[in-house]
Write a protein that binds this ligand. Structure first.
Ligand SMILES: NC(=O)c1ccc[n+]([C@@H]2O[C@H](COP(=O)([O-])OP(=O)(O)OC[C@H]3O[C@@H](n4cnc5c(N)ncnc54)[C@H](OP(=O)(O)O)[C@@H]3O)[C@@H](O)[C@H]2O)c1
Length: 321
């Protein structure tokens, strides 16, 4: 393929303003860059959030949408080693935070288990870390989440999550980790910290009856206390939510830990995930492949609508011919 003169990108120019597909000149490559012809891309919740955030909206220049991609390398900068023109590549994937492998099986709860991040967390927790996974999803996604090998599924539309978790916890042991991929404070009452009561011994008593997570465990959210799908999530929410900071400090001192975390984009993790997919050990769920991303069909509009709805199963892919 010849070095292209232009490419098409989906851009916005002001906070929450109109999105437009524009044609841009492809600049000569810097020595440490590669140029990829994308064949598929996706719009993630974070794209919607950045588009609506004052944070990015105020930075000068145009801003793009679409974070994950796959495609073929068409040109390579002089200093790049280990890659060749024609190599098939993909990039920017969510790398979850999970407890290290341990001699006994860890019990993990994953909320939002059917989405783009949750469906990976369930599989990686099972396949890589050999955890016992309790997945929280709606009834329409229960069979799908079971097919990812979740040991236990709780339907958040018909069951009281906390009491169901507590009743199932009683049969075994406290959970080691809760990962929330949906956001909000709905499950926070499960996060009992010894500091809840000013009297340490009393708090221990309260904790022993209603504590879901063991004190060496962790409550991890990738979203934060906010629920608005258009508002930026992740660690930036510590700035707007002092309650999260207090929770973090209390958890750090007394446990269980509380953390609102961000994704890693380390390439070795991505390579590990690619190997798992190639070996068929984990599966990728695609709810829909949308055609005509950049032509008169304006497929990108549908992708945005679906992501704003917050009910996507796995991923929605934009095909880029
Ligand atoms: N911190 C970070 O680095 C980081 C990285 C990636 C994503 N995120 C954030 O994490 C969130 C999820 O991202 P995503 O890509 O997984 O989104 P997504 O693919 O849009 O996930 C939506 C899924 O969540 C489920 N869901 C919605 N409400 C739920 C609830 N109350 N309980 C359980 N499940 C629920 C939906 O299933 P039903 O239709 O069955 O309800 C749907 O399958 C977003 O806010 C995103 O911004 C943060």
């Amino acid at each position: 393929m010849e070095y292209p003169k232009t490419n098409k990108t989906l851009r916005f120019f002001s906070i929450g303003g109109d999105l437009k597909v524009i044609e841009k000149e492809v600049l000569p490559l810097a020595a440490n860059e590669i140029l990829v012809k994308a064949h598929a891309a996706s719009i993630n919740p974070v794209d919607i959030q950045l588009w609506h955030s004052g944070f990015v909206g105020r930075v000068a220049g145009d801003k793009g949408m679409g974070r994950d991609y796959s495609g073929k390398i068409v040109a390579i900068g002089g200093d790049v080693k280990g890659w060749s023109v024609g190599d098939e590549v993909f990039g920017l994937l969510f790398q979850p935070w999970l407890p290290p492998q341990s001699s006994h099986q860890r019990r993990v709860i994953i909320r939002g288990a059917s989405g783009g991040t949750g469906s990976w967390l369930v599989q990686l927790a099972k396949k890589v870390y050999n955890c016992h996974v309790t997945a929280i999803c709606s009834s329409k996604n229960a069979e799908f989440v079971k097919s990812l090998d979740a040991d236990d599924v709780i339907d958040y539309t018909s069951e009281d999550i906390i009491s169901t978790l507590l009743s199932r916890r009683a049969e075994a042991q406290e959970y080691g980790l809760l990962v929330d991929c949906a956001g909000g404070t709905e499950l926070l009452s499960s996060y009992v910290c010894p500091l809840k009561s000013p009297f340490w011994f009393e708090a221990k008593l309260i904790g022993s009856q209603s504590q879901l997570l063991n004190t060496k465990g962790a409550y991890v959210t990738i979203v934060g206390d906010k629920t608005n799908v258009k508002q930026l999530g992740g660690p930036i929410t510590y700035l707007s939510s002092p309650a999260q900071v207090v929770r973090y400090i209390k958890g750090w001192i007394w446990g269980p830990r509380y953390a609102c975390v961000s994704l890693y984009t380390k390439s070795t993790y991505i390579e590990e995930v690619a190997l798992l997919v190639e070996r068929g050990e984990v599966k990728t769920e695609i709810q829909e492949v949308i055609q005509g991303a950049f032509d008169e069909r304006e497929g990108w509009r549908k992708a945005i609508q679906l992501m704003e709805g917050g009910r996507v199963r796995g991923k929605v892919v934009l095909s880029i011919p």
